[in-house]
Design a binder for this molecule. Structure first.
Ligand SMILES: [Zn+2]
Length: 405
């Protein structure tokens, strides 16, 4: 269902037309949320849609050998390019806006600039990053980490999804990894993203500019005990890792609250996962975030200590493995101030990770947030009004015009 022309008419209508094209792709009819995992059929359709939209705009598409796509307005080799864009993939049953809004807005911003007769003095490139959420292969921002060399091609290529398919197999090739030549041709990256909290509702502003991303990471707790019969094993004789797991979840919640930090255990695996069996093993994944690196370290250490203490009481064992860690990202202060001034927009920190956070160590980077009236994200309840999305496009177009002057 591809369009064959670039739509004309009021921006609000053009936003809705483009949005409606991708809205059904990967939507689960039961939850209303999205199952757009990287390089699976729905996400591949979105990537095909992206290529078609780029073709309609006369923007050749290149890849970096890691699964990231780039559509160019201007010569890809010219250097000093301004990159904008986001990602198509979702968390399980995620919202419609997290990711795709940044790509759709970027395409519409190109249309706005062209309609206004703006001729950028340097290349403008719209990017679609692969596996931002880590929903399929477990490592968030995998595409941008590969591009910047934060993960090796061997390690990334060997990551496997729940069905045992490796990232290299899904990609069709071993990822090529760091591309310093491409990074050196980028003068700036601006990622537009739906806001993932309620800060803008309270400020009565349709868009904001990001100041920083909290340090955050993912830790895996493996609790092991003794699998046994639920009916015949006396309570006193049990070594039940579910108890240690449950206590650890509550401890994570308490320790995070004490520090004004965030801790979430949103994923768990149980073996043998039978109603009438005491589990032999429980694996839980902790997502932890805090405003300061020391706070985050202290939080994770406190949870580790409490889990270990509880394991002694339960006769179980627990190990903790760091699966990913992302340091505090302070976005380019000069760029953020410049954008906030240009847009007359508030400046906000965020607890969410983004490809922009990964790119920020290599390229002057900024983010624009679009108001989310529910404040909910990573859920079907995530939302943004068409009017605010159009305001986001207008803001992005102004920023891109300024940066490509
Ligand atoms: Zn996102």
């Amino acid at each position: 269902m591809l369009t064959h022309t670039v739509e004309e008419g009021p921006l609000l209508n053009r936003f809705r037309t483009l949005w409606d094209e991708i809205a059904p792709i990967g939507r689960d009819p039961g939850s209303g949320g999205y199952l757009r995992f990287a390089l699976t059929e729905p996400e591949l359709r979105l990537r095909e849609w992206f290529r078609e939209q780029a073709r309609l705009r006369g923007m050749p598409v290149t890849t970096d050998g890691n699964g990231n796509l780039f559509a160019w307005w201007g010569d890809p080799d010219a250097g000093d390019a301004v990159l904008t864009g986001s990602h198509f993939d979702s968390v399980p049953h995620g919202g419609a806006y997290d990711g795709p809004l940044g790509i759709v807005s970027a395409l519409l911003a190109v249309d706005e600039l062209r309609a206004a007769g703006v001729a950028p003095a340097r290349p403008l490139v719209v990017g679609a990053f692969v596996e931002e959420e880590g929903g399929r292969f477990g490592v968030p921002c995998l595409g941008s980490r590969l591009l910047t060399g934060q993960i090796t091609p061997d390690r990334a290529g060997a990551l496997r999804d729940a069905a045992g398919v490796s990232f290299a197999e899904a990609l069709g090739d071993r990822p090529t990894g760091a591309d310093p030549a491409l990074l050196s041709r980028l003068a700036a990256f601006v990622e537009l993203h739906v806001e993932q909290g309620r800060a803008l509702v309270d400020q009565d502003a349709p868009v904001a500019v990001a100041s920083a991303i909290w340090p955050h990471g993912r830790w895996r707790f493996d609790f092991t005990g003794e699998g046994n019969h639920a009916g015949t094993t006396r309570m006193a004789d049990r070594r039940d890792p579910m108890l240690t797991y449950a206590f650890t979840v509550l401890a994570a919640n308490k320790e995070a609250r004490l520090r004004d930090a965030h801790a979430t255990v949103g994923r768990v695996a149980v073996e043998p996962n039978a109603t009438n069996a005491i589990p032999s093993r429980v694996t839980g994944w902790l997502d932890a975030r805090a405003a300061e690196p020391d706070t985050l370290t202290g939080l994770v250490e406190a949870v580790r200590t409490k889990a270990a203490e509880r394991a002694r009481r339960d006769g179980t064992e627990v190990t903790l493995t760091e699966e990913s860690a992302t340091p505090l990202v302070a976005f380019d202060g000069g760029l953020a101030d410049r954008l906030a001034g240009l847009l007359d927009a508030p400046v906000l920190p965020t607890g969410a990770g983004h490809d922009a956070g990964v790119l920020a160590a290599h390229v002057p980077t900024a983010m624009i947030f679009v108001r989310n009236p529910t404040g909910v994200s990573h859920s079907p309840a995530e939302s943004a009004t068409d009017a605010d999305c159009a305001a986001g496009v207008t803001a992005l177009a102004r920023v891109l015009e300024e940066l490509t002057r």
